[in-house]
Design a protein around this ligand. Structure first.
Ligand SMILES: *Cc1c(COP(=O)(O)O)cnc(C)c1O
Length: 402
């Protein structure tokens, strides 16, 4: 039997995934599981979703040939510009789709978790668009360090709940959102922000983000006369921009898949978010995945300069792809990411999100064939990270001397 890199009917990707949920959520998750494919495959949904992606999000996002970076690495490098989407990252592809799903299922109240605030902003945005009630759970630590995004969410009409349990970061916000969902199972739709959570969420999010590789296919056909690259590169937190980037290529063995996770201060430093390198199988937020944990199963806090990669787990699709050797996963440390962010800024005039800068740094770790066609997804723009870049410009070598 051929291994599949997609979810089976129970939401398993090899040994990972599934739906490990409290009894009280069983009906909601089961309703969603029954509803999502018929809705997403209906002509009505497709028409509305495509129209919003085009006219509201601003798709297709450009596939840009980065000439100076190509010369530097001896490859033909294309950047998939998710940074140019409305709200500045790939997250809106998913929230636009999930809010349509929520509406079709007759839900009136939207909840979401957020770490850096990017998914919270993308959710608050589509709730404003649809005139729906929106509540966002965010760790108190993140509320303090991502103040601008909190104000954006409030301006958009969302209610932001600071979460004061645990480390008061993303993982705690997810737990709190699940708790809220347990209290309001009938009227509430939980918009999950990455390829994580109980089945069917990882599959829903991967499908919503698959527009990225769908576009790469025809854009490469136009530019290169063939619809596949030699290599795809993306950063990976929960795994949604990476899932979207690889979706239509996972079964194509001509295409290498390179992923960059956040090494923090180094994978052996005790301050890392490199979950594929450091994690062990465990259950977190309703799904079996690789989780950074102590020997007795306590979740370890993730550390990285990048708030969007700051999660102690990683989605089941990517756990399985890494376990089967389909993806090559590199840990990129904070200093390498900062340097790569400055490099892209100076060489192409594009300030990437610090998350996306991890993918750029992976270019220096991979051995490419000469002239390889490489597509790297710039998952978001770096406006939100300017202070982080400035505070760490000592890590940027020559580029930091200004
Ligand atoms: C949230 C975020 C990520 C990480 O999430 P994934 O689900 O792994 O894609 C990466 N880049 C940006 C810009 C983000 O906002």
């Amino acid at each position: 039997m051929k291994d599949s890199f997609f979810a089976d009917e129970n939401g398993f990707y090899g040994d990972f995934g599934g739906a490990y949920i409290p009894e009280i959520l069983y009906k909601c998750v089961e309703d969603l599981r029954r509803a999502y494919l018929p809705i997403m495959e209906s002509d009505e949904f497709k028409a509305e979703y495509r129209a919003l992606l085009r006219d509201y999000v601003g798709r297709p996002s450009p596939l840009y040939h980065a000439r100076r970076m190509s010369d530097k690495y001896g490859i033909k490098l294309y950047l998939k510009r998710e940074d140019l989407n409305h709200t500045g990252a790939h997250k809106i592809n998913n929230t636009v789709g999930q809010i349509l799903l929520a509406r079709k299922m007759g839900k009136s109240r939207i909840i979401a978790e957020t770490g850096a605030g990017q998914h919270g902003v993308a959710t608050a945005t589509v709730c404003a668009l649809m005139g729906m009630e929106c509540e966002v759970f965010m760790g108190k630590t993140d509320v303090e360090r991502q103040h601008t995004n909190v104000e954006r969410m409030r301006m958009l009409g969302a209610k932001v709940h600071p979460v004061t349990t645990g480390n008061m970061t993303l993982s705690d916000a997810c737990s709190e959102a699940i708790r809220d969902w347990c209290c309001h199972p009938s009227d509430t739709f939980y918009i999950v922000g990455s390829t994580m959570g109980p089945h069917p969420y990882p599959d829903i999010v991967a499908r919503m983000q698959s527009i990225i590789s769908e576009e790469i296919k025809w854009q490469l056909q136009e530019k290169e006369g063939r619809d596949y690259p030699d290599c795809l590169v993306a950063c990976i937190g929960g795994g949604s921009n990476a899932a979207g980037t690889v979706y239509h290529y996972v079964d194509d063995s001509r295409v290498r898949i390179v992923l960059a996770e956040a090494g923090g201060s180094g994978i052996d430093s005790g301050r890392t978010a490199a979950t594929i390198h450091r994690g062990e199988p465990g259950i977190l937020h309703g799904s079996k995945m690789l989780v950074m944990q102590t020997s007795d199963g306590q979740i370890e806090e993730a550390f990285t300069i990048s708030a969007g990669l700051d999660y102690p787990g990683v989605g089941p699709m990517h756990c399985n792809m890494a376990a089967k050797g389909r993806s090559e996963v590199y840990a990129v440390n904070d200093d390498e990411a900062v340097l790569a962010g400055y490099e892209l800024t100076r060489m192409e005039g594009i300030i990437p999100a610090i998350e996306s800068a991890h993918a750029v740094a992976a270019l220096g770790k991979v051995t490419f064939g000469p002239g390889d066609v490489v597509v790297l997804t710039v998952s978001g723009r770096g406006d939100k990270d300017v202070e982080t870049y400035l505070a760490n410009k000592d890590m940027a070598g020559e580029y930091g001397k200004f």
